[in-house]
Design a protein around this ligand. Sequence first.
Ligand SMILES: NC(=O)c1ccc[n+]([C@@H]2O[C@H](COP(=O)([O-])OP(=O)(O)OC[C@H]3O[C@@H](n4cnc5c(N)ncnc54)[C@H](OP(=O)(O)O)[C@@H]3O)[C@@H](O)[C@H]2O)c1
Length: 390
Amino acid sequence: MELNGHRRLVLLGATGSIGRSAIDIVAQAPDRFSIEAVAGGSDVEGLARVAREVGAKFAAIRDESRYADLKQALSGSGVTAAAGPDAVVEAALRPADIVVGAVSGAAGVAPTYAALQAGRTIALANKECLVCAGTPFMRKATEMKATILPLDSEHDAIWQALGGAAPGEVEKMVITASGGPFRTWSAEAIAAARPDQALKHPNWSMGRKITIDSASMMNKGLELIEAHHLFGVPADRFDVLVHPQSIVHGLVHFSDGSVVASLYAPDMRVPIAHCLGYPDRLRTNARRLDLAALGSLTFEAPDIARFPALGLAMDALRAGGGLPTVLNAANEVAVEAFLEGRAAFGEIPKIVGFACEKAVRDGLAREPATIEDALAVDHIARQMSAAYWR
Ligand SMILES: NC(=O)c1ccc[n+]([C@@H]2O[C@H](COP(=O)([O-])OP(=O)(O)OC[C@H]3O[C@@H](n4cnc5c(N)ncnc54)[C@H](OP(=O)(O)O)[C@@H]3O)[C@@H](O)[C@H]2O)c1
């Protein structure tokens, strides 16, 4: 990776929460960055606005039927409009120093992998990429000598805490969880929670899917699987710590008894700035941490009995093979059903558990060797999850 000088970026998921925060960081260092291409799912107006604002050369919308609308919205701007899955991949392949992978869900796998295959440096927010297809993804990164910068806050925190430590010096990695809006609720109340309650995260403002995952604590499970692939550390050397203030994001326990923690205010612009500027520190207006004002930080063990989704993800991490792929796909199906009023909150882990058990019975639990294998397992797992309603 070319570490100094001006950097060209591609933003996959430019209209989302991470995409907009990345644009904010870029706007604070206009001499350091330019944005070559932006891509989004279906929000044509949002994508056209962002493309014009950042002066992108290319804008791609995943929804093929919106091509004419995007072209119209970009007329006179000089930005080339394109639509469809191949157009999103084309955006990922535009000349760039860093591709920010911030699509939500397994939809991010194909374009992010395309960028990796071309040897691009990836600032990876899209954890589902590694949960769905961690082994082929990391193998390709090694083969292409491509750098993956961990943009997810807990992983960025662990990266910062690790320093240059050798793998043998690390005893344990710990990622923290806020506990979400239902941290203190009873199991019965959680099972009956409504979408408007689950979408109210106490500390973070994020996209809808990750907000629901945070409420079920599936998000923490997905992050454990992500961390396992990013840092090459076995499942039994990870812990989750519930920390309601979301100030300490990750900790590394070393072999000499030292523990190094990374702290910052809950503002995703901090890890985004760290990734985009690395190894330099950018000057940003991200929220500052005032520990004296906070007074105290508290920690507690996660309660798997009330948050079974976390337990399912830990089981999938330990089992490995294709189970994380199945878990991820089933969770996407379940979250969508919950948001559309077709499933209760308490059914999210039931749907995921149903799909994982069926995958084991049907022999789908072997490791996907390639991205194509992983996407095929993802596809079948979505169909298996739908069988929950039959
Ligand atoms: N938000 C956070 O604080 C945070 C923190 C850590 C990690 N992450 C991870 O970062 C990723 C993005 O999260 P987010 O909160 O930014 O989500 P979000 O606000 O829902 O944004 C998702 C982005 O992906 C785009 N998109 C959706 N489907 C697409 C497709 N098939 N092809 C291309 N683009 C597509 C969306 O476009 P439209 O707007 O057109 O739908 C939008 O730009 C997730 O994997 C999440 O777990 C987020």
